[in-house]
Write a protein that binds this ligand. Structure first.
Ligand code: UTP
Length: 558
């Protein structure tokens, strides 16, 4: 009943188009912008590596992914079609790579970096199945915990009448990722992590693999600034349809730093300090209000303290109905009350008040943000209409390769950079994509720019624009590689593998339109990879000792 009352109140405000932040004055909050390849970025990564021993991770994965239209759960979608690594496997491999470094650094061979996954009725059994079938992707029993959120009744009109699913049952919908805070408290996880000496909780979304590039520097910024809550941000054009991290000050001088949706921000700015509304800065070409990528670092001691407060981590709800017409009564489809994890500052303000420290860390978009959210049709439509990134599985895949290319260029200096060529732009399902070179350097090889420099960037490496290169193994380093074609190199953690005087030439793996008989993972991208011609060197997980890979991929045991 409380749900219906709350729904009526919120729907009344939605019908009246009330701005929840009415009367507040926005300004740009405290935060830090870091550029990949700078000494500041590298120093932040090193500091982040020290903090990582005290980190815990949470993936919010209860969302249906209606916009993406994938049959399975989003965590089971491959990040890319070269290795077909799923999102969940990728996140696990990153956490395990950090864990290996933390163990090495601390000398504590039993150190674990825990992962919690929030599921919902829509995703729970498939998430559990995915983990079981793959032995938790190498994580130990007890290292991964699933917390499940409940769905809430759907509302069919602005009177908050409940929507039926059929004659006997009510329609229900996900309640939003804000449930994660209460669930972390209720499950006892935050208490457990605190008792184990952890300091940080890093919240990740289900389909943004690039976020891993921001983890270490963001941990460092949190530690340096003493942030209770630190939002990962990306530059944002004025008016762009994304939330912005904003400081809001009331008439009596109280302030809060929180995500403000773009349609709420502009009128607030016009009514107060920025008469022209949200506009781009001349120097950066972007709005001074950073775009919220919605990955968050919390300082665990204060996070847990706030969760224990009166609200028990229950985040304030909101409603976002899509009205059929200007009478604003009927909806195009049932809606529901939702809550968002980024609204946590309201709880922080209640429990810690003015002492709460909230900030942001902003990264280049190519480095940290390219989610797979949209179907090909929706992505193509959005791209054609406004030029916004399509955010399809295909664009996320190509951005993933591209980030590796740009990172290697940034850490290797001009000579090597000149030898990593750009690939052709090809259109699949009406979405133009930079299709190469398709480069993957897994977290096992490098998690920082310094490691990437030492393992790959300081060598002589040249890769043509249509090539595919995968390096996967903790002991791999490249001294000299000249690649035109496909070269996949994998090795277990105990093999030290040097690529020296390698000149790999083959027709390579190429892209073709997905076609009507394509697998769903291909259909959702609009292309498939034809893996006929290439050099694949897999030394196996048990390989030990020193190996040289040379020539056209010949392996010599040292
Ligand atoms: P999205 O904005 O991608 O929404 O969620 P969605 O519900 O997954 O996808 P659509 O809107 O149906 O297309 C952002 C993140 O929040 C999680 C998602 O799994 C994703 O990681 N989420 C969303 C939850 O965990 N629970 C929810 O109730 C909603």
């Amino acid at each position: 009943m409380a749900y219906i009352h709350k729904a009526r109140d919120l729907l009344r405000a939605a019908v009246a188009q009330e701005n929840p932040f009415e009367g507040m004055t926005p300004s740009v909050p405290d935060g830090q912008t870091l550029t990949y390849g700078s000494s500041e970025f590298a120093a932040a990564e090193e500091k982040g590596l020290r903090e990582a021993a005290h980190a815990t991770f949470v993936v919010v994965a209860g969302g249906l992914g209606e916009r993406l239209g994938y049959g399975g759960i989003k965590l089971a979608l491959p990040v890319e079609s070269t290795t077909s690594t799923t999102y969940l496997e990728f996140y696990a491999s990153y956490i395990l790579a950090l864990q290996a470094r933390a163990r090495h650094r601390t000398g504590d061979a039993s150190l674990l970096l825990p992962l919690a996954i929030m599921t919902s009725d829509d995703t729970d059994s498939q998430t559990r199945g995915l983990l079981e079938r793959n032995n938790n992707f190498g994580m130990q029993d007890g290292q991964v915990t699933i917390i499940k959120q409940d769905k809430v009744p759907a509302l069919q009109d602005s009177e908050a009448r409940l929507a039926p699913a059929d004659t006997y049952t009510l329609d229900t919908k996900p309640h939003g990722h804000g449930d994660v805070h209460h669930l972390l408290l209720r499950s006892g996880l935050t208490a457990q992590w605190l008792a184990a000496g952890k300091k940080w909780v890093f919240f990740l979304q289900d389909t943004n693999a690039l976020v891993v590039n921001s983890v270490l520097p963001a941990l460092a910024v949190s530690a340096t600034h003493g942030y209770d809550m630190n939002s990962i941000c990306i530059p944002r054009k004025a008016g762009e349809a994304s939330g912005a991290i904003t400081k809001l000050t009331t008439r009596n001088g109280d302030s809060i730093i929180i995500n403000v949706e773009y349609n709420q921000l502009d009128p607030l700015l016009r009514a107060t300090t920025y008469p022209d509304g949200d506009t781009n800065d001349q120097s950066t070409g972007c709005s001074p209000f950073p775009g919220n990528a919605n990955n968050i670092v919390m300082y665990l001691p204060n996070y847990h303290r706030v969760l224990q407060g009166e609200a028990q981590g229950v985040v304030e709800e909101f409603v976002n109905p899509k009205f059929k017409d200007s009478s604003r009564t009927a909806f195009t489809k049932p809606t529901r009350l939702e809550c968002m994890m980024q609204d946590f500052p309201k709880l922080l303000a209640k429990e810690i008040g003015g002492k709460a420290r909230v900030g942001f860390t902003s990264f280049e978009k190519w480095l940290s943000f390219s989610p797979a959210k949209n179907s090909l049709e929706a992505g193509a439509k959005a791209f054609a209409a406004t030029g916004v990134p399509p955010a399809t599985a295909s664009s996320a895949e190509m951005d993933f390769y591209r980030a590796h290319l740009l990172k290697i260029r940034a850490v290797s200096g001009s000579r090597a950079a000149a030898n990593l060529l750009d690939g052709p732009i090809s259109s699949f399902a009406d979405i133009p994509l930079e299709t190469g070179p398709r480069i993957i350097v897994t977290p096992a090889v490098a998690v920082t720019s310094k490691e990437l420099h030492d393992r790959v960037g300081k060598g002589r490496i040249s890769v043509t624009g249509t090539s595919t290169l995968v390096l996967d193994g903790a002991g791999i380093s490249v001294e000299s590689l000249d690649l035109d074609g496909t070269f996949i190199l994998r090795a277990g953690p105990r093999a030290r593998v040097t690529v020296r005087d390698a000149k790999v030439r083959n027709a390579g793996w190429c892209l073709a339109p997905a076609g009507p008989d394509a697998a769903e993972e291909e259909g959702i991208r609009g292309f498939r990879v034809i893996k006929d011609n290439g050099v694949v060197v897999d030394l196996g997980m048990d390989a030990e000792g020193d190996f040289l890979v040379t020539g056209n991929g010949e392996v010599v045991k040292q």
